[in-house]
Unconditional design. Structure first.
Length: 192
């Protein structure tokens, strides 16, 4: 029988993201965040390309990103409601980690596998923050997919894009449980 890690399995079976709007100060200090980033960086990575990097957005930078969301939304003709929603993650944010997908030319590792690895880093970062006792939420939204916003906000190179923005701070209220997928409806068993 394989050795079980019941504590880790119980965490994964009960994990729940915390809505970003419920995250309040304090946020992790840099040394606390380094442990979380270290755990996230242990993500599967075919070819050891490290097709991702981190940009830590500390609270003082949030106001600049919120204003940039509003400028970008106006440029794109977004509704006031869409602009307000996009701004809110930065208006309310205490600390966030932008996971940047870095596409590298490789004869062995297809671009899609690099994208999957960047997505896996987002989930690993989210889970590491939750396991460390923080509240955390993985957000993106239209602004994080707009090239102009990403270049102005994060200085992204041409071969980079935002995989996700993980907000991390103190949980102010426990979220209610939500419906989960019907395992039988999404699982096919192949025996031959």
């Amino acid at each position: 029988m394989p050795a079980r890690n019941d504590a880790a399995l119980e965490f994964l079976l009960s994990r729940r993201s915390r809505p970003a709007k419920t995250l309040v100060a304090p946020a992790p200090a840099r040394e606390e965040l380094r442990e979380i980033l270290t755990a996230a960086a242990r993500t599967p990575d075919h070819g050891k390309l490290e097709p991702w990097r981190f940009i830590v957005v500390e609270q003082p930078a949030m106001a600049r990103l919120a204003a940039l969301c509003e400028e970008t939304g106006t440029r794109l003709g977004k509704s006031p409601e869409d602009i307000a929603k996009a701004r809110s993650q930065f208006d309310l944010g205490q600390l966030a980690v932008a996971v940047v997908e870095v596409q590298t030319q490789s004869p062995k590792v297809p671009a899609i596998e690099q994208s999957y690895s960047a997505g896996a880093v987002c989930l690993s970062l989210l889970n590491a923050a939750l396991a460390a006792g923080w509240g955390a939420n993985w957000l993106s939204g239209w602004a994080s997919h707009d090239r102009g916003f990403c270049e102005a906000a994060f200085g992204l190179a041409e071969n980079e894009r935002i995989a996700g923005i993980i907000h991390i701070a103190t949980e102010s209220s426990a979220p209610p449980e939500r419906p989960r997928p019907d395992l039988d409806a999404i699982t096919t068993w192949m025996s031959a």
